[in-house]
Design a protein around this ligand. Structure first.
Ligand SMILES: [Zn+2]
Length: 270
């Protein structure tokens, strides 16, 4: 089977992970810009990070036959520093034409603070002005429903934003409808320590149906990994779903969302 991991932080992963993904049939990945696990001290750190995402990591992935795309932004965790955020946001527009950049992300909220909302709105403005796809990070803990609702109402109030060009990630049972009922794509993150296990992921796919859902591992520097994506697919198949049904979810759905950006080259398979 062929897979796509639509959300993975490859800069934090080992060559073993790339080899594992290649053996399992992962043909492409998309890597949103994220928190490094510590707050960066200046905008020049982000300039280097963006070069890592756009130029270095695609070459590294290509050695394993994996097509690597990325997204640019300042993440919600570092958005408390509005002055730094604005310096970083200025770096983004000149890079949006880069052939590996799919759009603006993962932007969103972490603790739903006023500063986070300000920086989120300023990045939505960049995405709208430059007609970019958007990838959204939603808060992880008890604030998830509230944060998801704030994000979707900001996006819906901007007439320039087409919901089908936005992926709301880290959805769970109580937020998946908030995303899809408003016309957005929903991301399902299989990250057992703080988010969803493979079994619960398969439950959600069965309960809500596979339309407009992209399953990802969001593997980063924490206890996570690309096996969570393939384990979810195996669990889905073990329950009697066909390989074609699994391919629709784990390969074709991400293709359908990403190919709204002309730079994305992987096509859905039958
Ligand atoms: Zn992420």
């Amino acid at each position: 089977m062929r897979y796509i991991d639509p959300h993975i932080h490859c800069v934090s992963r080992t060559t073993d992970d790339y080899q594992y993904m290649a053996r399992c049939g992962v043909v492409a990945v998309s890597e949103p810009a994220f928190w490094a696990g510590f707050d960066r001290s200046s905008a020049s750190s982000f300039a280097d990070y963006f070069r890592h995402l756009t130029d270095i990591e695609p070459k590294r992935a290509a050695r394993y036959g994996i097509d690597h795309y990325c997204w640019l932004c300042i993440n919600a965790k570092e958005a408390e520093n509005v002055a730094l955020s604005r310096e970083v946001i200025k770096l983004i527009p000149p890079l949006l034409d880069h052939p590996r950049v799919l759009g603006v992300g993962e932007i969103g909220l972490n603790k739903n603070t006023r500063n986070e909302i300000t920086v989120f709105e300023e990045q939505v403005e960049i995405a709208a002005r430059y007609d970019q796809l958007i990838l959204i990070h939603t808060p992880h803990l008890e604030d998830k429903h509230k944060g998801t609702s704030i994000i979707t109402s900001i996006l819906k109030n901007d007439r320039r934003i087409k919901p089908e060009r936005v992926l709301i990630d880290h959805c769970e049972e109580h937020t998946i409808r908030v995303a899809r009922d408003n016309g957005f794509w929903a991301g399902l993150t299989i990250y057992p320590v703080t988010k969803v296990t493979p079994q619960r992921g398969a439950d959600i796919l069965e309960q809500f149906g596979p339309q407009m859902i992209c399953v990802n591992s969001a593997s980063d520097w924490g206890e996570s990994g690309p096996t969570n994506l393939t384990d979810t697919c195996l669990e889905y198949l073990r329950r009697g779903h066909t390989e074609q049904e699994a391919t629709e979810i784990f390969h074709n759905n991400p293709c359908r969302f990403f190919r709204q950006c002309a730079k994305w080259k992987v096509k859905p398979v039958a």
